[in-house]
Design a binder for this molecule. Sequence first.
Ligand code: UDX
Length: 443
Amino acid sequence: MNIAVIGTGYVGLPTGVGFAELGNNVICIDKLSAKIDMLNSGKITIFEEGLEDLYHKNRSEGVLKFSSDIGDIEWADVVIIAVGTPTHPVTKEADLKYLYQAAEDIAPHLKKYTVVAIKSTVPVSTGESVEKLIAKMNPSADFDLVSLPEFLREGFAVYDFFNPDRIVIGTDSERAVLILKRLYEPFEGKTKILVTARNSAEVIKYASNAFLAMKVLYINEISNFCEKCGARIEEVALGIGLDSRIGPKFLKPGPGYGGSCFPKDTLALANMAKRCNVNLHLTDTAIEKNEQRKIDMAHRIAELVPDGATVAVLGLTYKSGTDDVRESPAVDICRELLRLGVALRAYDPKGMNNAREQLKDAVYYAKNPYDAAGGADILAILTEWSEFAKLNFRRVKAAMRQAKIIDLRNLLARDQVEGFEYHRLGEGCLESEKMREQIAPIN
Ligand code: UDX
């Protein structure tokens, strides 16, 4: 099948490469000609595990092409729109300017029946307005406008593309369903392919992300409780997760959720619902409490060191496996620590350049974790990069002013950090009589 993907970001590029690998002819289109030039010269524009090899392979086989000419969609059977929908500065909903621009750009080039699928996360009923816009701009266009939400995690986009939990196709058009089922034929029998109304597909995306965000917030709150009541969060999470109605995933405590999706999508969902006179209290609470958690984590770190101390920060991206620092709890924690007058020495294996754009010169950007630890009063692990668990902690200790670690991802095992004062999330020891009294049942 001939596929055009518009937008070569974290969704568009893995999607384009994935469909090429499945045996389709793919052209990825982006307005930013600098990006296209790079992709055409054999240089990949984003870091995503496993993507680069597949990009080179399919490019050399001639089934994956790149262009900044929107006219190239004419040849496609399916046009997938995967442009960004960032938070609108005023409405706090998704800003659809790139999406509408893409729709306007493709409209005159729809010369044969085409499935136009929106992969970008968009407010409910956006499909309908994009359909109207295209029809108005090109009344003779023969097309169906489908919602095809993506569920790719950053860092696992390639894995998730080939191993999706489900594929959601939002349309009432049988013709479009037939074509998209052919496109997704390799997944038949392995993955549930769910055909829904277009508006349902749009809601599924937001409702999934909001639910997962709440799950993270929930385990963070239970983690706080464990610290006060002598329980261990890992054991509690395991015990909860073994209930098949709850499931074991998304039960890791951390410094709060971040990234380009959860913060944006929860905000957009809450605001969309308000416009429909519906209050999504749980979502509203998740948004507020997640912001608070990042501040609380910064204060937790600062309270462990004297005024004017130096903190070594390990991890700046919002999670491991990506170079993305958008809405990264680590970056927000750094900002709050700086506000509290702490000096920062930071290191991240992939996110240094992106973090530098956000934190500018306020931070010392270390060459490696040992350099970050140099003269520090505490080492704060903010992102769960596995290489941080493999450090030589004797060397780390020798570099530091004080042997103290706070591990906000519960990445390390206690026996690795013997000789350090080690703090992690969700473990209480009821050391004081006062705590025992507080938790004792009331008869
Ligand atoms: C998310 C969705 O999972 C994906 O389906 C969607 O399409 C895009 O948004 P992503 O942003 O890549 O993916 O990150 P994800 O792995 O879901 O993690 C989101 C945030 O939650 C991260 O900040 C992560 O650190 C945090 N998290 C996740 C936890 O703190 N604990 C967990 O147990 C899981």
